[in-house]
Design a protein around this ligand. Structure first.
Ligand code: AMP
Ligand code: GLY
Length: 420
């Protein structure tokens, strides 16, 4: 099977490394890719947002399966175009990708499916902002009602900070979503979905804030670990039954069946699990830890989703133990990152590339905000953390920063779901 992966982050690097281990894979290509993916797959240039360009590439390269990593191409209809040209595609069409692309659509589906989520109001007129904010209590949650790479969200106890962020979004012409604050630990549950068949992967936790102890602004994600040692054995079954299956069924009933990876971002509150967001694709950086533990060959699995035969797949197999990833970010991230700095020590095992590129002189340089995602595995969280941070210690990038506490609270037994 010749597999073409669209995207250029550490998520795609992780997908490629897992695909490369599948004996059924005969060739791998990645477009547009980065300096790390070039070591595992043929590198092709492409405008990933262009349905025409990606379809032409699938044809030109002779893909048997196209895997679309990021949300922007999916929301833009890349999967529809490639599928219409006759190629099996892992990833939803534009209609179903609205579960991520439009928070209003996601809230509507959840309401119809009876799935718990934060109460919310959409504001598109600055004159209505103060009245809408007055319906909420601190901490305030203000979101961009569109794709914002995790950075469009402000959670603040300060009304003025919340109002300023909302005004800024409205001034830029973006509708704003105000939400009730959800308390409790967060979990990311990835599910393979083809229509009504739902197969959950291991649950993971992502670290959104830039600084240790969850301080500073939100980012695309600064690290992750899997599985969740503080969760009961029945958590995943409960999340599938209460959240993911009802949403998959509701989408199928609406005539927009979901095919691909349905990502539920959840808060495990005292009132039960509640959805923070749905994403229509593998999450970054959680994919790096979930796939590090997956033993079932990945290409066969993604192909089963793409061809509508997921229900026929045997149960998934996992390695015991834990995985941790720590993101190395460029100076300035999540604001404007400094680019073009030389990176050394980024060739080692477990060092996945995100914003990197190879310069003409052969040096690997930074080319994005999140630069690397360093993965460690071990018998438990402590060992996996130890390996991830040891590997990270071999990397050099001037001005870079990373969190030092990924998975630490879980390791110390300090994460608990509030009592019901
Ligand atoms: P999102 O882009 O919607 O995933 O939001 C990014 C991050 O903001 C989440 O991972 C949470 O940490 C936080 N967040 C978003 N919505 C809420 C909410 N309603 N209550 C508490 N935290 C939230
Ligand atoms: N880990 C957050 C995301 O992929 O959106």
């Amino acid at each position: 099977m010749r597999v073409l992966v669209i995207g250029s982050g550490a998520r795609e690097h992780a997908l490629l490394l897992a695909l490369a281990q599948d004996p059924g894979v005969t060739a791998l290509a990645c477009a547009p890719g980065n300096a790390g993916t070039a070591a595992v797959a043929e590198q092709r240039g492409v405008d990933a947002r262009s349905p025409k360009a990606v379809t032409a590439l699938a044809r030109d390269w002779g893909a048997d399966l196209v895997v679309v990593g990021p949300e922007i191409p999916l929301v833009a209809g890349v999967a529809d175009a490639v599928r219409a040209a006759g190629f099996p595609v892992f990833g939803p069409g534009a209609d179903a990708a609205r579960i991520e692309g439009s928070k209003a659509f996601a809230k509507d589906v959840m309401a119809a499916a009876g799935v718990a989520t934060a109460a919310s109001v959409i504001v598109d007129n600055p004159a209505r902002l103060d009245a809408a904010l007055a319906e909420f209590t601190p901490p305030y949650v203000v979101k961009d009602d569109g794709l914002a790479a995790g950075k469009g969200v402000v959670v603040s106890p300060d009304l003025e900070v919340a109002r300023a962020h909302a005004m800024h979004l409205l001034d830029d012409g973006h509708p704003v979503l105000l939400e009730a604050f959800l308390d409790g630990p967060e979990a990311s549950l990835f599910c393979l979905v083809d229509g009504r068949t739902v197969v959950p992967l291991l649950p993971a936790q992502d670290f959104k804030r830039v600084g240790d102890d969850d301080t500073g602004p939100n980012t695309g994600g600064m690290g992750a670990y899997a599985p969740l040692p503080w969760a009961g054995d029945d958590l995943v079954d409960e999340l599938v039954a209460r959240v993911v299956q009802p949403v998959a069924d509701e989408m199928a009933e609406r005539g927009v069946p979901f095919s691909g990876l349905l990502y539920a971002g959840l808060a495990l509150t005292s009132a039960g699990p509640a959805v923070i967001e749905f994403n229509c694709r593998f999450g970054d950086p959680e994919t790096q830890v979930v796939l590090a533990l997956l033993r079932t060959p990945l290409a066969g699995l993604l192909n089963a989703v793409a061809t509508g035969t997921l229900a026929e797949q045997p149960p998934l197999e996992w390695s015991d133990g834990a995985a941790v990833t720590v993101v190395v970010a460029a100076e300035g991230y999540p604001g404007t990152p400094r680019l073009g700095d030389v990176i050394t020590g980024a060739e080692g095992e477990g060092v996945l590339h995100a914003g990197t590129r190879r310069r003409e002189d052969g040096a690997v340089v930074s080319a994005g905000g999140r630069v690397l995602s360093v993965v460690g595995t071990g018998a438990d969280l402590a060992e996996a953390r130890e390996e991830a941070y040891r590997r990270l210690g071999g990397v050099r990038l001037a001005g870079s920063h990373h969190r030092t506490d990924i998975g630490l609270k879980a390791q110390q037994g300090e994460v608990t779901i509030p009592a019901r």
